[in-house]
Design a binder for this molecule. Structure first.
Ligand code: SAM
Length: 256
C-alpha cells in the first residue's frame, strides 16, 4: 500500500466511525491507564496562548484548553465528520476554533512561527511521514514553543497475552513478545466492521526525528497510572498489562 492508500483507508474509517470515539482520547487523558494532565502538568499556564491541535478529533481537548483560558484555538483533522462534531461541541459550550480539514503530512494553511503550543493526543502516530510532519509542526511554533504529544507505546503492540486457539490466555499471567520491536512496517488492523492501517515506530525513531526537526526533548513519560499499578484482584486485561509495561508514551519538546 502506498501512503495515499493508507491515508484514504484511515480517512474512510474515521469518517464512518467517528461517533464511536466521541471524547475518548482527549485531554486531560493522554492514554488508557496513563497519568493525566492533572497529574503531569505538562501544559502549565496556557491563558492567552495560541494553540494548534493536530488530529483534533471530536474537539474535547480543544474544549479542555478553552476552559483553561487559552487564546486562539486551531485544530486540524483528516475527517470532516470529526471536525463537524468538534465545531458543534465547542459552539454548545460557547467557544469557537479555526478548524481545518487537512492531512497533517501536508503544508497546513496555518500561520508560521505563531503558536505557543502544538499538541496531539493519540494523533501523531497516524502520520505516513513522521519527519515531514515534525518539521512542519516546528515551523508553526514560535521559538521556544512547546510541542506535546501522546501515542501508543511501541511495546504495547509488540507484547501480547499468550494466545491459544486465537483466544487470549491469561491463567498463567504470561505476556509474550509477539512482534519485533524493530519492525516498523505498516500493518492492517481490523476495527469494528472496517480496518485501519498503522505502523509501530520505535521510541528512538520519534526521539531522533524530533531532534532532526529542531526540538529539544524536555520529558519522555513512560508510565502507568496508580489505578493499574496499585489495584489488586480482578483487573481488566489492559490494566493487567499496564501493571507490567506502559501502554502509552508522552513527549514534551521545545522548539529551539
Ligand atoms: C484517536 S483520534 C484523536 C482524537 C482526539 N484526540 C480527540 O480529542 O478527539 C485520531 C484522529 O486522527 C485523525 N487522523 C488520522 N490520520 C490523520 C492524518 N494523516 N492527518 C490528520 N488527521 C488524521 C482521525 O481523523 C482522528 O480524528
Amino acid at each position: 500500500m502506498d501512503n495515499k492508500d493508507i491515508i484514504e483507508t484511515n480517512k474512510k474509517y474515521w469518517n464512518e466511525h467517528a461517533d464511536l470515539w466521541f471524547g475518548t482520547t482527549a485531554l486531560p487523558e493522554y492514554g488508557v491507564y496513563f497519568p493525566t494532565e492533572d497529574d503531569l502538568h505538562l501544559f502549565g499556564d496556557i491563558r492567552g496562548k495560541n494553540m494548534l491541535e493536530i488530529c483534533c478529533g471530536s474537539g474535547h481537548s480543544l474544549l479542555y484548553n478553552a476552559e483553561r483560558g487559552a487564546g486562539e484555538l486551531w485544530g486540524i483533522d483528516l475527517s470532516q465528520k470529526q471536525l463537524n462534531t468538534a465545531q458543534a461541541l465547542l459552539k454548545e459550550n460557547g467557544y469557537s476554533a479555526n478548524l481545518l480539514c487537512a492531512k497533517m503530512e501536508d503544508e497546513l494553511d496555518v500561520p508560521k512561527d505563531y503558536f505557543d503550543y502544538v499538541y496531539s493526543i493519540y494523533g501523531i502516530g497516524w502520520t505516513t511521514d513522521l519527519q515531514g510532519t515534525l518539521n512542519k509542526i516546528a515551523s508553526y511554533l514560535k521559538k521556544d514553543g512547546t510541542f506535546i504529544f501522546s501515542w501508543h507505546h511501541t511495546l504495547n503492540y509488540c507484547i501480547a497475552w499468550s494466545c491459544k486457539d486465537r483466544r487470549v490466555v491469561v491463567d498463567d499471567n504470561k505476556l509474550v513478545m509477539s512482534k519485533s520491536y524493530f519492525d516498523e512496517s505498516y500493518f492492517k488492523m481490523p476495527v469494528h466492521d472496517s480496518e485501519i492501517v498503522l505502523c509501530n515506530r520505535k521510541i528512538s525513531t520519534y526521539i531522533n526525528a524530533l531532534a532532526k526537526a529542531g526540538f529539544f526533548v524536555e520529558q519522555l513519560i513512560e508510565a502507568s497510572d496508580d489505578t493499574a499499578l496499585n489495584s489488586e484482584g480482578e483487573l481488566d486485561l489492559k490494566a493487567q498489562k499496564a501493571k507490567m509495561l506502559p501502554l502509552s508514551f508522552c513527549i514534551k519538546a521545545r522548539k529551539m
